[in-house]
Ligand binder design. Structure first.
Ligand SMILES: [Zn+2]
Length: 456
């Protein structure tokens, strides 16, 4: 179960509440928690009272917050839960975000950790990779991601040459503060692709240097990406036929737009960059303490390669891999992503129907749920059946190739019927464990569904 403050603090209401909640989790068969990221926030509900979650780089972020947190956007003043140890960061230009004074508040993470260990729960500490500025502050001095048109995206770029050094320092710092943890979970270590414009990134200065070091022709990758983006914005009837008759798969479909080599090189460049980082994270974790476990989070198999994550390689670096099996309509979920892609494509190409766009997206991602209806509403409005959810779970397993390392991340903020379908799909796929998110919306019924899964 992921314990993400401040949402968790609010739903559990104080330490006594947290202690009670941990008992409920143990009772539901939960054996461990993911804690963090170790940031705390003072949350207010009017913009005058606090720093906004911003800057917003995309409307989707704003909408996502509304869906995720409730009717009102919330505003927060973030600070590290612990005081960063400056000595650890002396070899890197990047420094932890300089937080406002937290006024001597007790570190809630220390207390949750202590209580969890007493109850026999294992604890992973969540550490952010490419940090979305909309929620947290990336390290100070970060190089920010840029799309192919030069727009700054809302994340620090993991290809910043000093980023691995920073991550190592931050993980050591966290361990000094929470030596009882059982491991780390690395979240968002990716080139995000949640929106169409994000797909066409990153082309920042750090990526240029990295490409040159790895022997990729950066200018060619960039012009290939720019040309593909432009063609997506002016789809001709011939393009649509070309894609609709291509075999399923990102490369096949994208090859209809640009030369194959540029596209596969571009994806390989992202994959190679991230694999080098995963390797560093693994070495660093085991160097800190060999008993520590390393979990790596990623998006679901259908979208992973687009984010530069090659699931087939992750078993080399991670003890467990956590693909996001999020069906939700928010920014990270499948409904949110598909809606964003479809709306952007039909806006760029006013003559493209929803049905044709859904078919096109199905060709690109091979995701079975995209065949659910003729319109967006028909496709995403109904609850996903077990069969559709099984196909995506199995795809994750097939790509990862190692059942023992698959531990998908699921959410409780979906309807109980869909949650049941998802958990049945996972049981059918013989998945042994899941990470559960969104305790704040757990109901008796949903916890029962989890209990059925953990005891199956
Ligand atoms: Zn970059």
């Amino acid at each position: 179960m992921w314990i993400d403050t401040p949402l968790f603090d609010r739903s559990a209401v104080g330490l006594e509440g947290i202690d009670r909640v941990l008992d409920i989790l143990v009772d539901a068969g939960i054996r461990g928690i993911v804690l963090g990221p170790p940031w705390a926030a003072e949350v207010t509900e009017t913009p005058e009272q606090g720093r906004p979650h911003g800057p917003f780089t995309d409307k989707v972020f704003r909408e996502s917050l509304r869906v995720h947190i409730g009717a009102k956007p919330i505003y927060a003043r973030w600070f590290h839960a612990f005081k960063p140890d400056e000595r650890l960061y002396r070899f890197t230009r990047l420094k932890p975000y300089k937080a406002p004074d937290r006024g001597g508040k007790p570190d809630i993470f220390k207390q949750i950790l202590k209580s969890s260990k007493e109850k026999g729960l294992s604890v992973l500490l969540l550490v952010e990779g490419a940090t979305p500025t909309v929620f947290l502050n990336p390290p100070e001095g970060s190089v920010m991601m840029e799309d192919v048109l030069g727009n700054e995206m809302g994340y620090n770029c993991p290809n910043d040459p000093e980023f691995p050094e920073y991550m190592e320092a931050y993980m050591r710092d966290s361990y000094q503060n929470y030596p009882e943890i059982d491991g780390f979970m690395i979240d968002h270590l990716e080139f995000p692709s949640y929106t169409i414009s994000e797909i066409f990134a990153c082309f920042c200065e750090a990526c240029r240097q990295k490409a040159s070091a790895l022997g990729y022709p950066f200018e060619e990758l960039k012009s290939g990406a720019r040309r593909t983006y432009k063609r997506l914005a002016y789809l001709t009837p011939d393009d649509i036929v070309a894609i609709s008759t291509a075999r399923s798969g990102i490369l096949d479909s994208f090859a209809a737009f640009a030369s194959d080599r540029e596209l596969s090189d571009w994806i390989s460049f992202k994959v190679e960059s991230l694999n080098a980082l995963f390797e560093t994270m693994r070495a660093c974790t085991k160097d800190i303490d060999p008993r520590l476990e390393l979990d790596i989070d990623c998006v679901t198999a259908s979208f992973a390669l687009l984010s530069g994550v090659d699931l087939r390689k992750l078993h080399r670096y991670a003890d467990f891999v956590n693909p996001k099996l999020y069906t939700t309509p928010d920014f990270w979920g499948w409904r949110g992503r598909i809606t964003e892609y479809l709306k952007t494509l039909t806006k760029l190409n006013p003559r493209l129907s929803e049905q044709a766009t859904l078919r096109l997206l199905h060709r690109i991602f091979g995701m079975e749920l995209l065949l659910g209806g003729r319109t967006l509403e028909e496709t995403l409005g109904a609850k996903f059946p077990q069969r559709v959810l099984s196909s995506e779970a199995q795809k994750n397993l097939a790509f990862l190739g190692d059942m023992a390392k698959l531990r998908p991340w699921i959410r409780l903020d979906i309807e109980v019927e869909e949650l049941d379908n998802l958990l049945r799909a996972l049981t059918e796929t013989d998945v042994e464990g899941v990470l559960v998110r969104s305790y704040e919306v757990a109901t008796e019924e949903k916890l029962n569904a989890i209990r059925r899964f953990t005891t199956a």
